[in-house]
Design a protein around this ligand. Structure first.
Ligand SMILES: C[S@@+](CC[C@H](N)C(=O)[O-])C[C@H]1O[C@@H](n2cnc3c(N)ncnc32)[C@H](O)[C@@H]1O
Length: 503
């Protein structure tokens, strides 16, 4: 069959039941640029079931430079009669960060009367719109709670792209009074984040599994650059229980105002996030009102805030951490494409720090997904070659987008067994499925065991395997365990294990 009619047949199969349609979608994505023009051509006229999938797939195709035709087709599709086509087209325009679609998205969101579509349009605007449109975004009419939630995220993302000095003074060394600077990280990661901060010349000491205390004299810009941490915070510790919102509001204002004023251009505007485990009586909205009316000098705002106040408790009392929400975080801006169960990039950065880089490293991630571990390894120091394998063509497409410009990179759609075709890897670093969110526990365990066996055979003497592994799957056999830490991988406890092959 000539390639064009093969693509056409695959497009027809998008109307089939889910499994067959999924397979056809993956096959189309694997064809890359060759399929894009066919998808664009068919989008206006195909039946609704196919249009829904075409609108989705067009956001995930791997083509160099975003073709105008594709964007035009998606812009037209946000006015489609079918709500799912409109929603998928909006998601795709967001995924593609299609700045040229801003006008069309703005006018669609003003006329869209389907509650299921508006949040996706708002989120897409958050990814496509530049900060000079912020006033227009703030003026949008929002009808439902989901609209308001999506709009808050949208304003957050757009504000974060504004000048890094807008709102928060990232370069200032401020008098913090009784407050202190910390880095907060995913649980289990504090020691690695502290190590990275010290390497960057900062005074840093882990104070719990997810917090690093930073010595005086550091700036927020310096802290924001630490890749293994989630974000910097200006922290106040107090004995006031979380339950007493008004007293906590007063204490927070008294303890944080000096530091936050010194670090803010204009008003100190904040939003509050209460830790899920926080013990409060009654409704959160009432708690926040009581806190806000007692916190003199700090302005509570649902949008356009410069700080997010994260309130949590531990065995020693209450912690209020002010995160500089308006400080741009560009550390992971290479991430243009995603896959289900992608690793949080701060965890990938932490994992890379478990095996110090060597300039001639031959690195393999045999379940590379969207390529986060390879991207972080590429940034950590010189290497010989980077190899990524994944059995899913969509993952390889995503990795290609995220790793564009990375040199000596080889991405192949293949089972992890293809690792035996890489000549003497010195570092295998991977986050294979855990069987919790994707696949079954049994098949995930077997996959990890297969990985161990291949790595033990193929790894260069002295080489290392760094792997994320559910507790209970067992450490890699035939390799020496050097270090194992229990971390929080998005609500799932996972062991991050480093093993080596005796040299
Ligand atoms: C948890 S995800 C990896 C996410 C990745 N670290 C990231 O940040 O995007 C696991 C990946 O393993 C891939 N995978 C599952 N079984 C595989 C196999 N037998 N061979 C190769 N890849 C496999 C899946 O397609 C998926 O992309």
């Amino acid at each position: 069959m000539p390639p064009d009619s093969a693509i056409s047949t695959l497009i027809d199969q998008l109307a089939a039941p889910a499994t067959e349609a999924d397979a056809a979608g993956s096959a189309l994505l694997a064809r890359g640029p060759a399929a894009v023009s066919a998808l664009v051509d068919r989008l206006p006229t195909a039946p609704a079931a196919v249009r829904r999938r075409l609108a989705y797939l067009l956001g995930r195709c791997d083509v160099e430079g975003d073709g105008d035709d594709r964007l035009e087709a998606l812009v037209n599709a946000i006015d489609d009669d079918d709500w799912k086509v409109r929603r998928n087209a909006a998601v795709s325009l967001g995924t593609l960060r299609a700045a040229s679609a801003t006008g069309a998205l703005l006018s669609r969101v003003a006329s869209e009367d389907d509650d299921r579509v508006r949040p996706s349009l708002l989120l897409a605007l958050g990814r496509t719109t530049s900060p000079e449109h912020l006033d227009e975004l703030r003026a949008l009419t929002l009808s439902t709670a989901r609209d308001r939630e999506a709009a808050a995220k949208m304003i957050d993302s757009v504000s974060a792209r504004s000048d890094s000095s807008d709102g928060v003074r990232g370069g200032v060394i401020a008098d913090l009074g009784v407050a202190q600077l910390e880095l907060w990280a995913r649980a289990g990661i504090a020691a690695l984040a502290a190590d990275e901060a010290r390497t960057a010349g900062l005074e840093a000491e882990p104070v719990s599994s997810d917090r690093v205390r930073i010595g005086a004299g550091a700036t927020l810009d310096q802290l924001q650059a630490i890749r293994a941490a989630l974000f910097p915070v200006v922290v106040l510790r107090t004995d006031v229980p979380i339950g007493d919102a008004a007293a906590l509001g007063r204490t927070t204002a008294a303890g944080l105002a000096l530091a936050l004023n010194a670090l803010t251009e204009g008003d100190v505007a904040y939003r509050i996030s209460l830790d899920d485990s926080a013990t409060i009586d009654g409704r959160r909205a009432g708690w926040i009102r009581a806190f806000a009316s007692a916190a003199d000098g700090l302005v509570n705002r649902a949008t356009s805030y410069t700080w997010e106040l994260l309130v949590r408790e531990d065995e020693a009392g209450t912690l209020v951490g002010a995160r500089p929400a308006a400080l741009a975080d560009t550390r992971f801006s290479y991430r243009r494409a995603d896959v289900p169960a992608a690793l949080h990039p701060t965890l990938a950065a932490a994992a890379v720090r478990m095996a110090p880089p060597h300039p001639d490293d031959v690195v393999v991630d045999p379940c590379c997904g969207s390529g986060t571990l390879l991207a972080e390894r590429a940034r950590a120091g010189a290497y010989g070659a980077l190899h990524g394998l994944d059995r899913d063509g969509r993952a390889i497409s995503a990795a290609r987008r995220n790793l564009s410009g990375v040199e000596r990179l080889h991405l192949v759609r293949a089972d992890l067994a293809a690792l035996d075709q890489v000549d003497r890897p010195t570092l295998v670093i991977s986050n294979p499925p855990y069987g919790r969110r994707v696949g079954s526990n049994r098949s995930a365990r077997t996959l990890h065991q297969r990985l161990d066996a291949i790595v033990a055979d193929r790894l260069a003497p002295g080489g290392k395997l760094v792997v994320f592994r559910p507790p209970g799957f067992g450490a890699p056999r035939r390799l020496q365990v050097e270090r194992s830490i229990r971390i929080d991988a998005g609500g799932i406890p996972i062991d991050l294990i480093v093993t080596s092959r005796p040299g």
